[in-house]
Design a protein around this ligand. Structure first.
Ligand code: 1CP
Length: 367
């Protein structure tokens, strides 16, 4: 059923601003926690919704996207919600077809293969026209959250989206898309710039619609060499942070950069990009991240191994949470997994994780 979307103003007062304080490195009574992909396949209530609707139908229907976003918020004491959508809505907005294939993931039946294929891209993109459903879902969800916790908006980072647009779906090597970076530098720059332009417009629109933080997902950072990252991606990430902030002025919100397998890029992400928070995966030692960054004014997010969400040993879980809190410290830290949660996660364990972060960080912050 079509719902009336209220205006993107007069939002309910926020009752929990811990994640906003942590992103700004302000003191917190306890560490905030949320989970990447917290709405999704490990929850029976999501599978029930999903059995009735196609994946992109849920994304495109604000009442359904809102419902699925709220599902984990009803079960758990989470410190943030993340709007239900996908990073591949941006390639769709650029004119590429994306379908979600059962058991396989996203597939782009007509990927970009030659530089001349770039002429197929529908630029410039009017994000309100092509992606207005995401903004409407954000506005509705921010109202319905009733101030329980801040709402996170997101987008895929340019390289990660370029990789999907050329590979046509998941890939372990990204050999085709990386070959473009070496063989077609001008066309690669053109494609990355086209994506960057949409991402900036999209993030600005999400924030105007009510998103209180935004996260950029660089899920395929690990395929790049440090040199390719420095040459192609770093300037675009910096442009996204600077331009988004400049366009919003007073209305700017904290920005998180997540670069999966981006160990080589930690200093570049923290010092040369202008994001408020850098999110790290489980391959990084928490204390080592802090040591490498010294007194660089950036908050960190991460990095529990998501596999632990399928385990039942509570002592082991508590130990791992304790180790993370020790290494990252309780100031300027947002607790999360090192990557998105897996479908075999146990909801009980997810709840135990969230409670452990709250309990253990409260005593640490008081000490
Ligand atoms: O049929 C289904 O239900 C498909 C499962 C699914 C879900 C629940 C996909 C397909 N996307 C999503 C939602 C989604 N995707 C969210 C929702 C909000 C949340 O709960 O967090 C978010 C933030 C994403 C972001 C996303 N999509 C990323 C970045 C995060 C990451 O995992 O690195 C990526 C890479 C995608 C692409 C994608 N969409 C879906 C899948 C299975 C994938 C990964 C494909 C691959 O392995 O390459």
């Amino acid at each position: 059923a079509a719902v009336q979307i209220p205006p993107a103003s007069n939002f309910p007062a926020l009752k929990n601003d811990l994640i906003l304080r942590a992103a700004r490195r302000q003191p917190v009574p306890r560490v905030p926690v949320w989970l990447m992909r917290q709405a999704g396949r490990y929850l029976p209530e999501f599978r029930q919704t999903r059995s009735k609707y196609d994946f992109f139908t849920i994304c495109r229907t604000p009442s359904l996207a809102c419902e699925v976003t709220l599902q984990p918020m009803r079960r758990f004491n989470l410190d943030a919600a993340i709007i239900f959508s996908d990073i591949l809505v941006v390639p769709q907005a650029l004119g590429l077809e994306v379908v979600m294939v059962e058991g396989k993931g996203p597939v782009l039946p007509n990927p970009i293969s030659e530089p001349s294929d770039l002429d197929r891209l529908r630029t410039p993109v009017d994000v309100e026209k092509e992606l207005g459903y995401v903004m409407r879902a954000i506005t509705l969800t921010r109202h319905r959250l009733d101030g329980q916790a801040p709402l996170i908006g997101f987008a895929g980072a340019p390289w990660t989206l370029m990789a999907y647009m050329i590979e046509g779906g998941s890939s372990t090597t990204h050999a085709k898309s990386k070959r473009w970076l070496y063989a077609h530098p001008a066309a690669s720059n053109r494609l990355l710039d086209a994506i960057t332009d949409v991402v900036i417009d999209f993030l600005v629109a999400q924030i105007r619609a009510g998103a209180q933080l935004v996260q950029l997902f660089e899920s395929h950072c690990g395929s790049l060499t440090p040199e390719l990252f420095r040459r192609y991606e770093l300037p675009r990430l910096a442009r996204i942070a600077a331009e988004t902030r400049r366009r919003l002025g007073e209305a700017a919100v904290p920005m998180i950069a997540f670069a999966k397998d981006g160990h080589f890029a930690l200093e570049m992400l923290a010092k040369d990009c202008g994001f408020d928070v850098v999110s790290v995966d489980w391959t990084m030692e928490p204390a080592e991240c802090r040591r490498r960054l010294g007194n660089c004014p950036v908050a960190l997010q991460g990095n529990l191994d998501p596999v632990l969400m399928a385990c039942t040993d509570r002592d082991q879980l508590n130990q791992e949470v304790h180790r993370m809190l020790q290494g990252f410290g309780t100031r300027g830290y947002i607790c999360n997994l090192g990557h998105g949660i897996y479908p075999d996660a146990q909801p009980d364990t997810v709840g135990a994780f969230i409670d452990a972060v709250h309990r253990l960080s409260e005593s640490a912050a008081a000490a």
